[in-house]
Design a protein around this ligand. Structure first.
Ligand SMILES: C[S@@+](CC[C@H](N)C(=O)[O-])C[C@H]1O[C@@H](n2cnc3c(N)ncnc32)[C@H](O)[C@@H]1O
Length: 238
């Protein structure tokens, strides 16, 4: 239900707004959202990945990271659940993206040097789902293969919880807030009669550490970056 995920600050906007739970698909929000969350992560992925490596991106979305990496000569393929998101990728690159869910992986060989999961996609999944994901990724990653991903930093959101904030960007004023619903953090954004929300799990550092360690991954680094943490884990000898 939308109502569970709309802050009291925006109740009065529900009837008059177009509501979306996919900010990434929304032309009204996507540019501001990327700017506000400082997702300038392309250079990071270019730096840590090698052009001779076989790379898999989980949830390529509109190809924000996938397309420029492929264009720059990286040997990257991807999977994406939503056909609509994939349709934004130019067809000569889209052929390297499979329309499937991460939970259908596993039939591939142990062939990948690296898996990337950008834009806090991992925070869309529960603890139990991440356990399933790690079981599958362990099957397809080579020995000492790497996982790079970012995860929301709940401390950042807790500090501003329930505050209504606003910011102007390219001639539009965006209103936004976030609040806690159980073990999830809900983000709301409003502009121009559009109301967007996204729901992400707040996994603790202990959760992530014990999950990855149990699946024989070793932490290479964690880098805090305001609203998210960038992580690099490496699969041990199998
Ligand atoms: C936050 S977006 C990130 C898109 C892109 N990686 C980027 O960096 O801009 C998350 C993407 O994961 C996709 N996704 C969600 N659940 C998925 C699943 N179970 N299997 C594969 N893709 C999934 C969504 O459709 C969406 O395109």
């Amino acid at each position: 239900m939308h109502e569970d995920y709309i802050s009291k600050h925006f109740y009065h906007k529900i009837k008059s707004s177009e509501i979306t739970n996919d900010i990434y698909k929304s032309p009204t929000f996507i540019e501001y959202y990327n700017y506000a969350t400082e997702l300038n992560d392309l250079s990071f992925y270019k730096k840590v990945l090698g052009k001779n490596e076989k790379i898999l991106e989980i949830g390529t979305g509109t190809g924000r990271i996938f397309t420029p990496l492929r264009k720059s000569g990286y040997n990257i393929t991807g999977i994406e659940l939503s056909k609509e998101m994939m349709s934004c990728i130019p067809s000569k690159f889209r052929q390297f993206v499979k329309n499937m869910s991460i939970f259908e992986l596993g039939n591939e060989k142990k062939e990948y040097d690296a898996v990337i999961i950008p834009a806090t996609t991992i925070s869309l999944f529960s603890f139990a789902e991440i356990e399933k994901i790690l079981t599958l990724l362990r099957k397809i990653l080579k020995k000492n293969g790497n996982i790079f991903f970012d995860i929301i930093d709940s401390n950042f959101f807790l500090e501003t919880s329930n505050q209504l904030q606003k910011e102007s960007f390219e001639n539009t004023t965006y209103y936004f807030t976030n609040f806690i619903n159980g073990n999830k953090i809900v983000y709301n954004i409003y502009a121009k009669n559009h109301l967007g929300y996204s729901v992400k799990y707040m996994h603790t550092d202990q959760d992530i550490n014990s999950l990855f360690t149990n699946f024989n991954f070793k932490k290479v680094f964690v880098e805090s970056n305001n609203s998210y943490k960038m992580m690099h884990w490496r699969l041990g000898d199998e």
